[in-house]
Design a protein around this ligand. Structure first.
Ligand code: PMP
Length: 304
């Protein structure tokens, strides 16, 4: 993050960064009971937009619903908070982090605690490191599997899920890889530690289905729409691990990672070992949204 931004939207208003605190006995500290979003804002020819803000907020409230967390702040207020926190920090783009959590009040797993809400914003370059969007990363398959579907729901973007992500990402970095890819409890491919996955075979995009223990990513959805609108076929399907070694191209995607090419998996080159043409085309379509070269018929670029 570099230096901290000055302001945070915290339980209803903008406060200085150092005042946005919670009590150590808050439920979330002990039990991982938070839900959150990661959203990017981009500067465009029409001003500063927040990408698919409505969809991200919808997912935030959906994650809360799964965990029986009643967020009393209306979506419209949170929507305004996102723009306010960008402005309060003088940001013209960057990363937004709305988060809701179980606060102080009652202890025990089923305690009816207050639900608190905050939105932070800061500048963020490419999540997986400088230059990765152009050069790609070397990935590995993790020794850690994703949660089985009847354990912790991966369709909720909840704080506790990211214990799984931490094991996968930290193991990958420790072994010298740029990111880890997890298998589901079925043994089939799931997703990256914090990214969805696309493989290219013969000009067709293949991505793992929501039943493969993954978060139904908004970037993934955007890529599927952009590809289909531009005559590129996409199939959502179960994929076995070895397809990672056979694909012509692979990329990861997510709000933070944007579209990051993968140039090798487990030491085996993906295709030529360099980011491929379809990956470049998807990057061009995606980033083209923000300079106006890709049309935005669905209104994904949201302005204040
Ligand atoms: N999977 C996981 C586990 C993630 O944390 C993320 C990032 N939120 C994604 C996929 C990608 O989702 P999105 O495109 O909505 O950011």
């Amino acid at each position: 993050m570099g230096s901290y931004p000055e302001k945070i939207w915290f339980n209803g208003g903008i406060v200085p960064w150092q005042d946005a605190n919670i009590h150590v006995m808050s439920h979330v500290v002990h039990y991982g009971s938070s839900v959150f979003e990661g959203i990017r804002s981009y500067e465009t020819p029409s001003g500063v937009c927040i990408f698919r803000l409505t969809d991200h907020l919808r997912r935030l409230y959906a994650s809360a619903k799964i965990y029986e967390m009643q967020i009393d702040v209306e979506p419209d207020i949170l929507r305004r908070a996102c723009f306010e926190v960008l402005e309060a920090n003088g940001l013209r783009g960057g990363y937004l982090r709305p988060v809701a959590w179980r606060g102080l009040g009652g202890f025990g797993l089923s305690a009816q605690t207050p639900i608190e809400v905050a939105v932070a914003a800061w500048n963020m370059g490419p999540y997986l490191g400088p230059g990765v969007l152009e050069q790609g990363i070397d990935a590995c398959v993790s020794s850690w599997q994703r949660m089985a579907p009847n354990t912790i729901p991966t369709g909720a973007k909840a704080g506790g899920n990211y214990l799984s992500g931490q094991l996968i990402a930290r193991e990958a970095r420790r072994l010298g890889f740029g990111e880890g890819i997890a298998l589901a409890s079925t043994g089939l491919l799931s997703e990256g530690a914090g990214e969805n996955l696309f493989l290219v075979f013969d000009g067709v995009l293949h991505t793992t289905p929501v039943s493969a223990a993954l978060l139904n990513g908004i970037t993934r959805d955007s890529i599927i729409s952009l590809a289909r609108a531009n005559g590129i076929a996409v199939v959502e399907r179960d994929l076995p691990r070895e397809y990672l070694y056979l694909a012509d191209e692979i990329f990861m995607c997510g709000t933070a990672a944007e579209i990051t090419p993968i140039r090798s998996v487990d030491g085996r080159a993906v295709g030529s070992g360099r980011p491929g043409p379809l990956t470049a085309r998807i990057q061009q379509l995606f980033f083209g949204l923000f300079d106006g070269s890709t049309p935005d018929p669905a209104g994904w670029l949201e302005y204040r």
